[in-house]
Structure formats: structure tokens, C-alpha cells
Write a protein that binds this ligand. Structure first.
Ligand SMILES: Cc1ncc(COP(=O)(O)O)c(C=O)c1O
Length: 280
């Protein structure tokens, strides 16, 4: 019997063997994914495979996946003024629930005067009446509500939140970092416009996260001007395979994408939880 048993898996999880193996294999690729020669293309394939696997896990499109150096950076990136859909108006204000992670509470790139806080009930759930009031009458907002809380475990009514937000012409960001791999969901079932994820909460490497955009969402600007649209400057792409190594899909990706019923509630369409499958 060990002296101590580590149980704080909401804070972080031990690296799982399949994630370590996927990264170890990737370290052996010497190519730079930006190079056009064979080595570069090989490294690029690794990166794009990782992107496709993460997209498939939440039934989004690979073009919508932007890797980041963790969940904190993913949230900072997601909270961008000017996000919009098609000809819709760009969001210029931000509403965050009072129980969000600090990386959301800090408001990303929104100025302090454009940020308001949504109250929560005594059960630790977003107060929908307060949200309705905050949405009322003003310009369209980006609303950020997490799927599962990192301290209380309370699962938020994100589908109801989405209905209110979209009816008011706003957009919804869902920090799904504590839910990914534990609660089946996909980007459509929770009606999110953006979702953020982090690898180290499910046995992946620390320092790898992702923003996943729903179809048609536009206006996400890189945090660093030097970074491309689907990447982040300075991020080590050889760690990325350590994230999708943990994602197991119950059915083929493309068919499942088309089958996703738009507007459904959280349902069993997501991938199988990775955590209970420990064999070592
Ligand atoms: C809900 C939530 N959001 C964001 C983060 C930040 O993720 P990361 O540690 O990958 O920066 C955490 C991690 O504690 C979290 O629990």
C-alpha cells in the first residue's frame, strides 16, 4: 500500500502510457511541419492527424481546431472581441459566469469595461434569469459558461444557456476542459460556437490544449501575430499526438458528423471516456 494516493485528477492527471508512446514516436520525426520536403510533409501529417482526431472527438471539422499551449491559453484565445457568424454582428462584450476558471474570468482580449459577470444559484449553476437580463437589449455578447466545474463538479445547463444566447444574437464559448472524456458531448449537442480543451486533464501532456470552432464561426485572431491561423507560435507540434492518443471513437468519424442532430441536448453522441480504460 503506497503512503500517498494521488486523487486530485481535476487538477491534473498522470501521463498515460499511450500518450507518452505517441509523443515518443513523434519526437523521432526530424522534419519541420512548415517545410515542403518529405521530412516536413511527414511531420505535417502527424500534426494534421492530431488535429483530425481532436476534431472527430467533438464532431467538429479539422479546420476548426486550433492547438494551444494548454487550456489557459485556449481560453485566452477563445475570448476574442469581433467573433461573428456569417453576416452576423461581431460580439463586442463578454458575459462570464461567476464560477469560471481564472483564465476565463480574466476576460481574454476583452477590455474590463466590456465584461459582466453572470450570477450562479446556490446549487452552483448559472442563473438563467440573470443571464436573460444581461443579454436583454444590449449589443450581442460572447457568453462563456463551462460544461463542468473544476471544484464543485456541477454540470452547467449549457444547452439552455445556448438557446438564450443564440436567441439574443450572441455566441457561446464552452470551457469543456473538465468534461472532455468524462461526459459524452459534442460541439453540436451543446450548441457551442467555440469549445476549449486541455490534454493534461485526461492523461495527456501538460501544455497542450485546443480551441475548437463550430462551422461558420469567424473572427478568431491568433494571440501572436507571428502565428498562423491554425497554430500558435512557439508551440511544439511533436507533443500534439499525446492528446488524441487518448481519444477513442465509438464509430467512424465522418458518418457520425453527419448524423449529429443539430440542436439536441447533451446526449450520448460523444466518444467513450478514456479514463476508466487503465490497464497497466
Ligand atoms: C475548467 C478549467 N479551465 C481551464 C483550465 C486551465 O487549463 P490548463 O491547466 O491546461 O492551462 C483548467 C485547469 O485547471 C480548468 O479546470
Amino acid at each position: 500500500m503506497p503512503d500517498r494516493v494521488y486523487l486530485d485528477w481535476n487538477a491534473t492527471t498522470p501521463l498515460r502510457p499511450e500518450a507518452r508512446a505517441a509523443m515518443a514516436a513523434a519526437w523521432d520525426f526530424s522534419g519541420n511541419p512548415s517545410s515542403v520536403h518529405a521530412e516536413g510533409r511527414q511531420a505535417r501529417r502527424l500534426v494534421e492527424d492530431a488535429r483530425a482526431a481532436i476534431a472527430a472527438a467533438v464532431l467538429a471539422r479539422p479546420e476548426g481546431v486550433v492547438f494551444s499551449s494548454g487550456g489557459t491559453e485556449a481560453n485566452a484565445l477563445a475570448l476574442t472581441p469581433g467573433l461573428h457568424r456569417g453576416a452576423g454582428p461581431p460580439v463586442q462584450r463578454l458575459l462570464v459566469s461567476a464560477i469560471e476558471h481564472t483564465s476565463v474570468l480574466s476576460g481574454g482580449r476583452f477590455p474590463a469595461e466590456a465584461i459582466a459577470t453572470i450570477a450562479v444559484t446556490s446549487a452552483g449553476l448559472v442563473d438563467l434569469d440573470h443571464l436573460r437580463n444581461l443579454l436583454d437589449g444590449e449589443s450581442p455578447a460572447l457568453v462563456s459558461v463551462m460544461l463542468a466545474n473544476n471544484e464543485t463538479g456541477a454540470i452547467q445547463p449549457v444547452a439552455e444557456v445556448a438557446e438564450l444566447v443564440h436567441a439574443a444574437g450572441g455566441l457561446l464559448h464552452v470551457d469543456a476542459i473538465q468534461a472532455f472524456g468524462k461526459i459524452p458531448f459534442d460541439i453540436d449537442s451543446i450548441q457551442a460556437d467555440l469549445v476549449t480543451l486541455s490534454a493534461h486533464k485526461i492523461g495527456g501532456p501538460k501544455g497542450v490544449g485546443a480551441v475548437v470552432l463550430a462551422d461558420g464561426l469567424q473572427g478568431l485572431e491568433p494571440l501572436l501575430a507571428a502565428a498562423g491561423r491554425n497554430s500558435v507560435a512557439g508551440l511544439e507540434p511533436r507533443m500534439w499526438p499525446g492528446f488524441p492518443a487518448l481519444v477513442r471513437l465509438p464509430r467512424p468519424r465522418s458518418r457520425r458528423y453527419r448524423q449529429t442532430p443539430s440542436g439536441s441536448r447533451i446526449c450520448g453522441t460523444g466518444w467513450r471516456p478514456a479514463l476508466p480504460k487503465r490497464t497497466e
